[in-house]
Design a protein around this ligand. Structure first.
Ligand SMILES: [Zn+2]
Length: 355
């Protein structure tokens, strides 16, 4: 059966060695899976959902409510990306529209960082946010990656000068949200080996390759803050920025009882390692919170439900248009008690801290 051709080459060996050399553009490559698999459309979640991580400033509350009603979202948390009066106005718009359906989280305002009175002003701002209904304060990745103090050096996440802010959050009974790093691939060169090549090609400004600080330093700085403030509750967004490394996330939660994680924008990562992810959810069901971090649409929420509830295999993950990577996900088939906590109860506990 192994016939040799005229030159005496073995056909079987040649078949093994053949490689494609094609010039189809990557952007045009759109393969369709031929798998014949069960597909479950989950219109309503098993339990009412709280979307603990979204950004709704630009949206009309009544449009958001329509989507929420259509797909079983009980409450949505607007993490405003505005500061000052504009943040308070955004809070008011949503609270007025439906006080029971929307909650708000503030955004750390770095304006005046160079001033001597920055910390006392920030403590006042935090109080004002809470007086206007903020149920948390978010620190974004500008802290650690781009913000500089008056000496010109990068402002570290664990800079002692910021410590009063985290103590103040505990005194005001609000959690601190951290999104202070990004996927591992965002710290690697944008080249053919990068698993998020197309996403980074669409958003080159999301790349931190060559940054002054490494990802592991950023995570370590964040973790030192968590250790330093045991009375403050921290919610580490996007699976604590380590969805590719769930043992690290588990270690964080095992070490610090004051930490929660949200799963927003990480169905892609979790669903491509379904056995590992399912084990994580079962173990940390009390500390993992549902969030989407995507523009609210009925289809988007239903994809999250399919991911968490079904045993479907190899389907699209919820994402922005540029996608996160060229792979598909599997459902986690989470049990009821886990779904109840992840969808709703953990978020209620976080929102109630500020009650
Ligand atoms: Zn976000």
């Amino acid at each position: 059966m192994h016939n040799n051709d005229a030159e005496g080459n073995d056909k079987f060996v040649a078949m093994h060695e053949a490689r494609a050399e094609v010039d189809l553009r990557l952007s045009d490559f759109a393969p369709c899976s031929e798998l014949k698999l069960a597909a479950h459309l989950i219109e309503k979640p098993r339990f009412p959902v709280i979307d603990y991580h979204n950004h709704l400033d630009a949206l009309d509350p009544s449009d958001v409510l329509r989507v929420m009603d259509a797909c079983g979202v009980e409450k949505a948390v607007n993490i405003t990306m505005r500061t000052g009066q504009k943040a308070l106005d955004s809070f008011a718009r949503f609270h007025r529209a439906a006080p029971d359906r929307f909650a708000s989280i503030g955004w750390m305002d770095w304006d005046g960082l160079e001033r001597d009175d920055f910390i006392p002003r920030s403590l006042d701002r935090l109080e004002t946010l809470v007086e206007h209904g903020a149920r948390g304060i978010k620190f974004w990745k500008d802290l650690g990656l781009t913000l500089r103090d008056s000496s010109g050096g990068l402002l570290r996440i664990d800079d002692e000068r910021l410590a009063p802010l985290f103590d103040k959050a505990a005194a005001l009974k609000i959690p601190v949200l951290f999104h202070t790093a990004d996927p591992d691939a965002f710290f690697k060169p944008i080249d053919r080996f990068n698993e998020r090549y197309e996403e980074l090609a669409a958003h080159p400004d999301w790349s931190y390759h060559g940054a002054e600080v490494t990802k592991s330093e950023l995570l370590d700085q964040r973790d030192r803050v968590i250790a330093r403030h045991p009375n403050t509750v921290f919610v580490c967004a996007h699976m604590a920025e380590s969805a590719e490394n769930l043992p690290r996330v588990a270690q964080l939660l095992a070490t610090y009882p004051n930490v929660y994680v949200d799963l927003s924008a990480r169905a892609s990562e979790l669903g491509r390692q379904p056995y590992t992810a399912r084990k994580f959810f079962l173990e940390y069901a009390d500390r993992t919170v549902f969030g989407s971090d995507l523009l609210p649409t009925v289809e988007m929420y239903r994809l999250y439900y399919r991911f968490l509830e079904s045993a479907d295999e190899y389907f699209d993950y919820p994402s922005h248009a540029s996608r996160q990577g060229r792979w598909n996900i599997c459902g986690l088939l989470l049990p009821e008690d886990v779904l109840r906590k992840v969808y709703r109860e953990n978020a209620l506990r976080l929102l109630a801290i500020a009650g």
